[in-house]
Design a protein. Structure first.
Length: 567
């Protein structure tokens, strides 16, 4: 039997390519959700079986400083069950206010955010530039836009804004994006499938309703794919659907999932990447005239390395190899390697997942993901959460468990990663069926923590406990000519010979939102030699000799306006 290059590379132990063993990884994760007060179950479909695909995809979470007190609060979305719930017992989204002592208080009702339904994704951005970040949530059903009133409460302004969508549409990912550089955040909403449960086949009675020989819920293959939607911000609290004239309705028939912004070709205009399930992913290039064109195939981020459609779930955007260019990670289904797309500097990408050593684990379905420097050594590590979509499968095939670990790959700084999942504490190894996850420093101690959505269980809050003495720098941006949240801004930090690049995203991971304060490890350096900001407006600013171990606030056109050391 012929052995392909890909098959051959799978056989090479990752350690052989790494050379000398690196020092021990100085990070452990502890799940502190229960002691922190995050005890409410995230309901999503059946527990031991899933009859329809709507029960399987789960939802996102967010680190969200909604009250701007400098401490990350937490938003956890929720789902539903086919049989429904008695009145007064319906599951709801939860907003937890950070008490600044490692605990949180549920303020959902007080904030006006009680809502039930099949929630999918969350994205955050200050759409009216009033200084408070607003909240958009997608649903299988009608979406909702919440205006942040700045006093701890929110107002549902969906109807006025014109963003509800059709009642039976399966809205999936979303991202705020200022695509026309007018300083106002527009909105893209990806869509998954057109679905009507009354017409949908059940296991054993339709095509595409088996997996590894057992009956399972049907789809997405065989079901009707759909289109994505783009809404232009009119500046008066309303939005206009420009999906058709902008070109975002093309391609159609895809299964869109997580959406995010990036300027992949460094032309100063925001592009959009939509990860798709079982169809090619979409890279909308901004044509600078209000229109977009899908260049995913041409640029190398639509398919696998060998040209196959992939079951894309989540996405992370960062510079993993320190060359100053934004790279992409896309999480995939079981038996697939997470796709690591390396940017060649000209806006073209090559699949480097095998060379990076990510092929040592393939049995889990991968969902939320981040490229995050947990040990502050200047090299972003890779973490993704797992969980199968078929709870019925493990009863006949123990190799595909419904619950799985949180997988952590340490960045070795040479283009390769090392699997350290088993070395970093029970926060990673206790199994869950997880979906969305978000990354942020909830306890303001200078390292990055992880918030995880677990199916039919409370969320996990993984506190990062690092023994590293490395330095760090956090950057919080405020736009003036650009949108106030600075969605789409890119920050380059240089210390010594090391370069790091990150962007401010409205959505990332899987249907989730990370800390909007960008976090950079500085390693042994106590300061950043250079901090360079490319603002969404096109303006560029440079700051030199920036002291580390603090959070700096940068206002467009004004430089550093404040800095804060964490005690």
């Amino acid at each position: 039997m012929a052995c392909t290059r890909r098959d051959f590379l799978r056989l090479i132990p990752a350690a052989a390519a790494m050379g000398a063993s690196p020092p021990p990884y100085p990070v452990r994760f502890v799940d502190v959700a229960r002691s922190a007060g995050l005890r409410d179950e995230i309901v999503y479909g059946g527990i031991t079986a899933k009859k329809y695909i709507v029960e399987t995809n789960g939802c996102g979470v967010a680190f969200y400083d909604y009250d701007q007190d400098g401490w990350l609060d937490i938003l956890v979305l929720n789902g539903w069950r086919l049989e429904g719930f008695p009145k007064g017992k319906e599951p709801t989204n939860h907003l937890y206010r950070n008490n600044r002592d490692g605990t949180f208080t549920d303020v959902t009702a007080r904030a006006g955010l009680v809502r039930s339904g099949w929630a999918s994704a969350v994205c955050i951005g200050d759409y009216d530039n009033d200084g408070f970040d607003d909240l958009f949530i997608t649903y299988w059903g009608q979406n909702v836009l919440y205006h942040n009133n700045g006093d701890g409460t929110f107002t549902d302004v969906t109807a006025k804004a014109g963003l509800g969508g059709q009642p039976r549409r399966w809205n999936a990912g979303c991202t705020f994006v200022d695509y026309d550089r007018d300083g106002k955040l527009d909105l893209l909403v990806s869509n998954y499938i057109d679905i009507n449960l009354d017409e949908l086949a059940v296991p054993e009675k339709g095509t595409n309703c088996t997996y590894k020989g057992i009956p399972v819920h049907c789809g997405p293959r065989g079901l009707k794919g759909t289109r994505n939607y783009l809404y232009h911000n009119n500046g008066d609290g309303t939005f206009t659907d420009v999906s058709e004239k902008s070109g975002v309705h093309k391609p159609a028939g895809y299964y869109g999932m997580t959406a995010t912004t990036l300027d992949f070709d460094d032309d100063g205009w925001q592009d959009i990447y939509v990860v798709c399930d079982s169809t090619p992913s979409i890279l909308y290039r901004n044509n600078r005239d209000g229109t977009f064109k899908d260049l995913a195939v041409e640029r190398g981020v639509a398919y696998s390395e060998d040209g196959r459609e992939q079951s894309g779930m989540g996405v992370a955007i960062a510079d993993y190899d320190g060359d100053g260019r934004i790279d992409i990670v896309k999480t995939l289904f079981a038996d697939e390697i997470p796709a690591l797309y390396r940017n060649d500097g000209a806006g073209y990408f090559a699949d480097a997942s095998i060379q990076a050593g990510l092929n040592v684990i393939t049995k889990y379905v991968q969902w939320g993901v981040g490229l995050v420097d947990f040990d502050n050594d200047t090299w972003p590590d890779l973490l993704y959460v797992t969980g199968h979509v078929y709870p019925e499968l493990e009863r006949s095939n123990v190799d595909y468990p419904f619950k799985g670990p949180r997988v952590l790959f340490r960045n070795l700084g040479n283009g390769k990663f090392e699997n350290v999942t088993e070395k970093c504490g029970p926060g990673l190894t206790v199994p869950f069926s997880s979906r969305g996850c978000a990354f942020g420093d909830f306890d303001n101690d200078g390292d990055m923590d992880v918030l995880v959505m677990n199916m039919n269980a409370p969320p996990s809050l993984l506190r990062c406990d690092s023994s590293s003495r490395h330095h760090w720098l956090k950057v919080k941006l405020t736009g003036t000519v650009s949108n106030r949240t600075a969605i789409g801004a890119r920050v380059l930090v240089r210390c010594g010979s090391r370069r790091q690049v990150q962007g401010v995203e409205s959505q990332s991971s899987y249907y989730s939102v990370n800390d909007l304060r960008l976090h950079f490890g500085l390693g042994e350096s106590s300061k950043a030699d250079l901090v360079e900001i490319a603002w969404p407006s096109g303006r560029k600013e440079s700051l030199r000799d920036v002291e580390g171990d603090r959070l700096i606030f940068i206002k467009e056109g004004h430089g550093i306006v404040r800095s804060q050391r964490f005690s």
